[in-house]
Design a protein around this ligand. Structure first.
Ligand code: AMP
Length: 233
């Protein structure tokens, strides 16, 4: 599989917080040479910079609730218009509601020359495994590398293996907020599976395997969908 010049289209990764969407999205984006668009990362960046968007989103995020569709849709609209997203992009954490998914379909249909369907892959992980992954997650602020104190600890406690920087825990990765985030997921994001299944677009991957196995299954799912759309090499 080559990847850096071919049309790819839009790829959506579904799955609960902690399912490993971010890790997989980075690998897919790197393989095809397309941007990884994480709405959570864009929002956190706005919060850190204290922008108007960040001020509006901060408290909602700290509670583990979802930011309003309008705000997030606007953010995605701006991002996918950038020239680096011309050949396609990987969406991680978006859509998260059926209204966002409907908006995305309309937006992509309206995009000049867009004739491909979104490829949707659901990363499936059990509730208990999600809890362990989220409560144990630690991130390096410098290179973004993600560890887990239970499942994938750094060599020296609390420090990044690559650059030695002190790792941090996301403010919304505490047990109380995690339980809210998983509830929002069940209530608002789970119905998306039905939305995409109804349109025959949902592909599932078992997320409780090694990163390499999940990645291999992901590529199989994506390439299968691209082949069907006549986009493969
Ligand atoms: P994530 O990093 O994807 O887990 O997102 C962190 C937080 O950002 C979520 O708990 C929400 O508060 C907010 N967020 C991210 N993406 C969306 C979205 N598509 N719709 C609404 N809120 C979002």
């Amino acid at each position: 599989m080559s990847g850096k010049n071919i049309p790819v289209g839009s790829i959506v990764l579904l799955g609960a917080p902690g399912a490993g969407k971010g890790t997989q999205a980075k690998l897919i984006a790197g393989h095809y040479g397309i941007p990884h668009i994480s709405t959570g990362d864009i929002l956190r960046d706005n919060v850190a910079r204290g922008t108007e968007l960040g001020r509006k989103a901060k408290r909602v995020m700290e509670r583990g609730d979802l930011v309003s569709d309008d705000l997030v849709n606007g953010m995605v609209a701006d991002r996918i218009k950038q020239p680096d997203a011309d050949r396609g992009f990987v969406l991680d954490g978006f859509p998260r509601t059926v209204a966002q998914a409907e908006w995305l379909d309309r937006e992509l249909a309206a995009k000049a020359g867009e004739k491909k369907q979104t490829v949707v892959v659901d990363v499936d992980v059990s509730y208990n495994q999600l809890l362990q992954r989220l409560t144990g997650r630690r991130t390096c602020p410098v290179d973004g590398k993600i560890y887990n104190i239970y499942l994938q600890p750094p060599k020296n406690e609390g420090l990044c293996d690559v650059c030695g920087t002190q790792l941090f825990q996301r403010v919304d990765d505490t047990e109380e907020v995690i339980s809210e985030r998983l509830k929002s997921y069940e209530r608002q994001t789970k119905p998306l599976e039905d939305f995409y299944r109804k349109h025959g677009r949902l592909r599932r991957v078992n997320g409780e395997q090694s990163v390499e196995k999940v990645m291999a299954d992901m590529f199989r799912a994506i390439e299968g969908a691209r082949l069907r759309q006549g986009l493969s090499d």
